[in-house]
Design a protein around this ligand. Structure first.
Ligand SMILES: *Cc1c(COP(=O)(O)O)cnc(C)c1O
Length: 429
């Protein structure tokens, strides 16, 4: 499928064609663990990466492959690998780059689970993270040292309201010769195209908007294909002979597909964080309507945020789509089609009022998820950002007195009415 087609065409067709065996128009769920080799020579060629094909579904599966190509195309990347969750995608993105003693420089404004993964769990691999305010470009520059192997941020940061100046960060990572990884979960490729702004890799929790209906967890790593792994000796997984692959040098043998092939041949083979074909099917169903849903998410979020901003019971609304937001102008440049469907509100009455608000909403579901067709609400400080210190919560925009709303695609009037009645209850003495 030509990448010159428009987004709405590509979100339906990229990566897919009628099933060659049956003509099935919809992508079949290839519920098969293994694939029959034509003969011993064919098997050997597949195992040698001399020919691309299917061997075993821990590595590749035809249904999952359609989704990977779909997401790669929508992001404008060279290739992609799908995995079992967004958090798996983050490890899969870092794995070829990092090693014991190496570090990554990460934004302080990240999904809570990512802050925990980076500040605690990756230490078990001998990796570490330095957290920096990405609005302070000099601090980002200063944090990159000889052992830095990646810089990590979110386009629109969860829990919302913050937008990263991706081109400015990309200039810094370019100068430093370090890949820039952008988590594009909250924005989706419909609203934001990080690779066009200089990102090396894009990661997704496909659990959220890409699937869109709250059915499956999944993740994806998209490679731009543009980073020169051979320029330095910093990335031996890609630039040096791979002992676990009979001495293959991925960057020499596979060019712009080096990272993607490494992620399959080494990453999925040995870490096994594979997406299953049933999960890929649900995400393929969702992704067909991505642009339509994102338009409505943005439209509804803008209306609800504007209503809340004027309400005397509300102290603050952090939505980058509001003119009052310090990130309004940046959002117009980074995500011109809208600032997403996610934001936080601070309620007068503090923590207790937040808790009562969450308990009083009727249409909004109180769940630890976002990017669903349904409107969702959560109190980040006691849930998604619970493992963080109060200081980390505050810098992530998730302090104890804010509630996060993930605005769905229902009737905006109904959402406003629901918030109105719940605010009344939240503030009743
Ligand atoms: C949900 C989320 C993740 C983690 O994804 P899972 O699919 O839950 O593992 C990472 N980043 C962001 C921005 C998210 O919203």
């Amino acid at each position: 499928m030509s990448a010159t087609y428009g987004f709405d065409t590509l979100q339906i067709h990229a990566g897919a064609k009628p099933d060659p065996a049956t003509g099935a128009r919809q992508t079949p769920i290839y519920q098969s663990t293994a694939y029959v080799f034509k003969d011993a020579d064919h098997a050997a060629r597949l195992f040698n990466l001399q020919e691309v094909g299917y061997i075993y579904s821990r590595l590749t599966n035809p249904t999952v492959a359609v989704l990977a190509e779909r997401i790669a195309t929508l992001e404008g990347g060279a290739g992609a690998v799908c995995c079992s969750s967004g958090h798996a995608a983050q490890i899969m993105a870092l794995f070829p780059l990092m090693g014991p003693g190496r570090n990554l420089v990460a934004s302080t404004r990240l999904y809570g689970g990512t802050v925990t993964q980076f500040s605690q769990t990756i230490k078990r691999f001998g990796w570490s993270a330095k957290f920096v305010d990405f609005d302070d470009l000099n601090a980002v520059k200063a944090a990159i040292d000889d052992d830095t192997r990646a810089v990590f941020c979110e386009s629109i940061a969860n829990p919302g309201g913050y937008v990263t100046d991706i081109p400015a960060i990309a200039r810094i990572t370019d100068d430093a010769g370090v890949p820039l990884i952008v988590d594009n979960t909250s924005a989706t490729p419909y609203l934001c195209r990080p690779i066009e702004m200089g990102a090396t890799l894009v990661v997704h929790s496909t659990t959220k908007y890409l699937t869109g209906n709250g059915t499956v967890t999944g993740g994806c790593v998209v490679d731009s294909g543009k980073f020169d792994w051979l320029k330095s000796d910093k990335f031996p997984s890609l630039s040096a002979p791979e002992p676990a692959y009979h001495g293959l040098v991925f960057a020499e043998a596979l060019g712009p597909m080096a990272f993607t092939f490494h992620s399959i041949a080494i990453g999925l083979r040995d870490l096994g964080m594979t997406m299953n074909p049933q999960g890929a099917h649900y995400t393929l169903m969702g992704i067909e309507t991505l642009s339509l849903r994102m338009q409505r998410h943005v439209e509804n979020a803008t209306r609800v945020a504007k209503w809340l901003e004027k309400d005397p019971r509300i102290e603050a609304v952090t939505y980058a789509g509001l003119e009052s937001s310090p990130y309004y102008k940046r959002a117009k440049a980074i995500c011109p089609k809208g600032a997403g469907g996610l934001f936080t509100i601070a309620v007068k009455g503090g923590y207790d009022a937040c808790v009562r608000l969450v308990d009083s909403l009727e249409i909004f579901s109180h769940v630890a998820n976002l990017g669903d067709t349904r409107s969702l609400v959560i109190h980040p400080a006691s849930t998604t950002h619970r493992q963080l210190t109060p200081e980390q919560q505050k810098t992530a925009g998730a302090s104890a007195t804010v509630v996060r709303l993930s605005i769905g695609i229902e009737d905006a009037d109904d959402l406003i009415a629901d918030l109105d009645q719940a605010l009344t209850k939240a503030l009743a003495k």
